[in-house]
Design a protein. Structure first.
Length: 160
């Protein structure tokens, strides 16, 4: 085991006209600098491959709601790294949220906020429905006003 750790092989390819010690030294410095920073880990919504690069255990939750776009800002607020998968085999389609296991508490908070927003939105009356009702009422009032004007016009003619 110790020999495996101490004897590592590095594959390094570079284009150069002449391989000198300075060129090799610069290439190795760049390689070591890139190794020090490590791979770039994505945050928020990402692909499954990017999520697996984090090296953490993954968990999933099944969601039946098609309005998943409202969930994304909540997940971003709580810093949850997740990916969405659509299961088309079921009717209506279900969504599967795959996330890192250590983000389970944050995901729970994000879902609570998401459902609270959704319930609040459903509780609010629809402005479009209210406007259509008021528009119909205004149309009826206009008709009544026209009828009254016609009746008054006939009454005035009959008096004369």
């Amino acid at each position: 085991m110790q020999e495996e750790v101490t004897q590592k092989t590095i594959a390094l390819s570079m284009k150069t006209g002449k391989l000198t010690a300075q060129v090799l030294q610069m290439a190795l410095k760049k390689f070591l600098e890139a190794q020090k920073h490590g791979p770039k880990l994505h945050q928020g919504q990402q692909s499954l491959k990017q999520l697996k690069q984090h090296g953490a255990a993954l968990s999933n939750i099944e969601i039946t709601d098609a309005n998943i776009a409202a969930f994304k800002p909540c997940a971003k607020k709580y810093g949850v790294d997740f990916t969405l998968r659509k299961d088309k085999t079921t009717q209506p389609p279900h969504y599967i949220v795959i996330f890192k296991s250590r983000d389970a508490d944050n995901l729970e908070q994000a879902f609570k906020e998401f459902t609270a927003k959704k319930l609040l939105r459903e509780a609010k009356p629809s402005i479009r429905k209210a406007l259509s009702v008021l528009r119909e009422a205004a149309g009826r009032n206009v008709q009544r006003a026209k009828e009254k004007i016609r009746e008054r016009g006939m009454e005035l003619r009959s008096r004369m």
